[in-house]
Every structure is written in structure tokens, then in C-alpha cells.
Ligand binder design. Sequence first.
Ligand SMILES: O=c1ccn([C@@H]2O[C@H](COP(=O)(O)O)[C@@H](O)[C@H]2O)c(=O)[nH]1
Length: 296
Amino acid sequence: MTAPDAVPFGRRLAEAVADRGPLCVGIDPHRSLLLDWGLTDDVDGLRRFTDLVVEALAGRVALLKPQSAFYERHGSRGIAVLEEAVVRARAAGALVLLDAKRGDIGSTMDAYADYLRPEHPMAVDALTVSPFLGPGSLDPAARTARASGGGLFVLARTSNPEGGEVQHATAGGRSVAQHVVDAVGRWNTPDWLVGDPAPDPAAFADQQGRWGAFTGSFGVVVGATLPELDVDLAGLRGPVLAPGLGAQGGSVADLRRLFGSGRAVVPTVSRDVLNAGPDVAALRAAADRWTAELGA
Ligand SMILES: O=c1ccn([C@@H]2O[C@H](COP(=O)(O)O)[C@@H](O)[C@H]2O)c(=O)[nH]1
């Protein structure tokens, strides 16, 4: 059942985009970045790095996307740094997408989805998930997301060059990537989960997939690096997270070429913004440059 005060992630994201522009900035404390910032590659350096990014950008961009791998590599103390940062970023007005790319059988996905429950110590607004065990294995996470006003971004056509080896494979005349997009599109319809209490009809009143109108809480990941858009996003009714800008070679022109202007796209950049640190003003200026270019 949907908690009465749970504003759906899709609506909160659309509001953030209307206020701040569509940019998502990734918090990826690579070892090399910690050293470039004059920090140590340990928990103290990790904390300082994260604090500075949160101070610079929470509430300034639509989404912050901490990459869990860079915290996990420092063990439990690294995860504690991430947890404190998530709490602080959300208190400062940020929407937080935890990039952890979880994917498992349904009963285990149910546990991963607890990240989306408000009572979780590291509660986040949305989570990245991997559909390799079949999109249906993610249903329990989608159910929790819908109940708690959270969001999911499912890997569909990833930005890395190897992605197509599996994502282009076909079954039943559709590519694996298309199966993923179609499954996510179903989550974004009001009749998904028939038998559960009906969700707020206003949440589904207008799902044209454009900012300014409500978009669904379930999105897909499609890289800005693709040579061409080889999935049909018409039935998605939700946002597209587009990584691969800057360090991986993607540009704003690539976003336009791939997605045009009629789609709810959240471009995400990590290193290209983080390289501007550790100065807070310089980090803000780097993010602002992307936002201006995206809006132009
Ligand atoms: O297809 C994907 C899915 C996720 N990512 C993640 O996004 C950032 C990209 O970092 P950059 O420094 O902007 O290249 C990183 O955390 C990846 O794990 C992706 O790149 N592609």
C-alpha cells in the first residue's frame, strides 16, 4: 500500500528538474581523485571529499548519485561515511540516487529494496538495479518503491562498449534491452499490481514522459555514448538516466542526437565535474556549466 504522505519519486524528480535543471552529479571518490584533491586514500580522505561535494552541490542539481563501490572499497568505515553523507545531503534538499546496481532473486531484491524505506539508516530516494536475473526478479523492489515513494533506475543499454554483447541479444523478437524497457514501462502504469490498493490517480494523470508533466518513478539507464538509440522508449513513461558524459566521451550533442527534446532525460556526470575540486566554488561552476549547456 502507498504511504499517504509518500510523494512518488517521479513527481519529486520532475519538481527538482523544474527548479534546478536535469543534471545528476555522481559522487565517485576514485583513488586518483582523492590524491589530486590533496587527500589521502583512506577513510579520512573519503569523508573530506564527500563532505565537499555535498556542501557544493546538494540542492543545486536535480540528483546526487553516490557510487557505492568507492565507499565499499574502504570497508565498513567507508560505508559509514556514505551513510552520513546521504543523510546530510537529503537534509540539505538533495534527491539521492544510490548507484549500487543491485540485482538478485526476488526474495533478496526485497531486502535490497529496504534502501527505499524511510526507516532505513541509509534511506535514499532511488536505487540503480541490474536486471540480469530477469526483469521480473526486480518486481519486489518495484513494489517497495511504489509503496514508499522511491524510484528505481534499471540498467538497459549501458554506456560501456561491452554492454551490447548481452543487451543486443534477442528473445521473442525483442532485444534484452527492449525487454527491460518494456518491463519498466509496465511498472509505470496504474494497473500494475492489480489487487493492491489503487495508487493516487493524480500520480498517473499525465505521463507523457516530458518534464513539466508527471513522469513515472521507474526509469532506465541508457548511455550517452551509444552510436545510436537502439531501444524504443515510447512506452517507458519514466525518466532515462544517461551516463557517459565527459570522461567516457559523451557530449550534450550526443544527448540531443540520441534522445531529441521530447523525453525526460537525466544526464549524469561524475569525473568531469569532480575534476574541478576540491574548491567548492569551482565544483559549483563545473556543474553550472553542464546545466547551462544542457539548457541551451
Ligand atoms: O551504463 C552505465 C551505468 C552506470 N554508470 C556509472 O556512472 C558513473 C559515470 O562516471 P563518469 O566519471 O562520469 O564516467 C560511474 O559511477 C559509473 O559506474 C556508467 O558510467 N554507465
